[in-house]
Design a protein around this ligand. Sequence first.
Ligand code: PLP
Length: 397
Amino acid sequence: MAAQAAQLEKVRDSEERYQLATYKKMPIVAERGTGVWLYSSDGEKYLDLYGGHAVAGTGHSHPHVVAAIQAQAEKLLFYSNLVYSEARARAAEKLISVAPPELTKAFFCNSGTEANENAMRMARMATGRENVITFSGGFHGRTADAISATFLGRYRDLGKPNVPGHLEAEFGNIESVRALADKTVAAIMLEPIQSMAGVRMAGSEFYQALRQLCDERGIILIYDEVQTGVGRTGDWFFARSEAGSHVVPDIITLAKALGSGIPVGACLVTEEISANIKENDLGTTFGGGMIAMAAVSATIEAIETDGMLENVRAVETYLRHSLKEIPYIVSVRGRGFLLGLEFHDKAAPIHKALLDRKIITGTSSNPNVLRLLPPLCLKREEVDLLVEALHALTNEL
Ligand SMILES: Cc1ncc(COP(=O)(O)O)c(C=O)c1O
C-alpha cells in the first residue's frame, strides 16, 4: 500500500515539475485499459464511464484497432497529403459510407478545435461572408477562432483578444438566431447536444427551424459533432438521426472517438461546400497521416462488427430505467451514451464518492450535472455497478 502511494506521488511530482498545469487530475496513474475498464499502475481497476474526455468510444485498446495501428506502423508511420495512400483512401471511403448521404467529402485534421476552425473557414469561403453565430453554452475548442465561438463560462476570455465576427444566440431560442441572421452571417455552428454545459438538448423543432433559416438566408449550418459523432448517441451521427428530426447540416465536424485514441479530426461536407475548395485552401502536415487513417477505418469497423450502435440504444434504455430507482436524481438528460445526471444538489461530491468506489464519471459546467460518456461497449452488468454505487451513496449524501 505504501509502495503504491509512493509510486503515485513519484509520477505526480514528475508530471507537475516538468509540465504546465492543464486539468485537475484524478489520483490515478493510468497503465492499461480494456473495454470499459482502466487499470492503474497499482493494480486497481476502474469502471470508466468517461472514456478520457469521450475518446474511448470503442473502449480502451480495442483489439481490432490496436492490430490495425500495429500493422500500419510496421509499413509506414507517416507521409503527408503530398502522396496518395491506401490507408487514407479507405478511411475517407469508410467514413463517408456511414455519414448522411448529403455529406460526400471529408477533410482530415488532428483535433476538434482544428476541425471547427476549418469548418468556419469553409463557410466563409462558400458564402463570402464573415460572421458566425454560435450559442451560449456551446464549447468548440481552444484555438483562436474556435475559442471566440465558445460562449461558455470563462473560456472565451482566455482567447482574448478574440477573433472578430462571432455572434452569440440563445440555444433553443430560434427568435434569438433570427434576430442575428442577416446577410453578414456565413454560418450557424452548434453542438447539437451541448455537452460541457451540462448535456443540454433543444426541442426537435429548434433543429428544423435552424435548417430552414439557413436555407432561406443562404447560411451554412455546421454541427460540431466532436462529442455526439461516431456512434455516441446510438446513431452514427446526431445529424439525420430521429433524435435530431432528420436534419442534415452542411458540415459536420468530428474528433475525439474518431480514432479511438489516436489524434484525428475531420470535417464532412456537402458537394456545394467542396466545390469552393481549391488546392492549397486547406492543409495540415499531420492530417490524413497513415496511423490516424488506420485508426479511423478500424474504429468504424469495430463499431459495426461489435454492433455498438445497437448496444448503445439498448443499454441507454436499461440505464435510464435503472436510474429511476435513485431518489436524488432529478433528471437524466441527453441521448445514447452522452448523458447528464442532474441532482438536487452539487455533483462534485458524487463524482468524488464514485471515484472512491473506483468509478470514473465526468463533471460539467453545470454544478448539479454529472456526465456519463462511457465506451459504446458498456454492458448492463456494468450499469448495475454504477446503480449499486449510487444506491449506496443515498444515505451518505
Ligand atoms: C463539442 C466539442 N467541440 C470541440 C472540442 C475541441 O476538441 P479538441 O480538444 O480535440 O480540440 C471539444 C473538446 O472537448 C468538444 O467537446
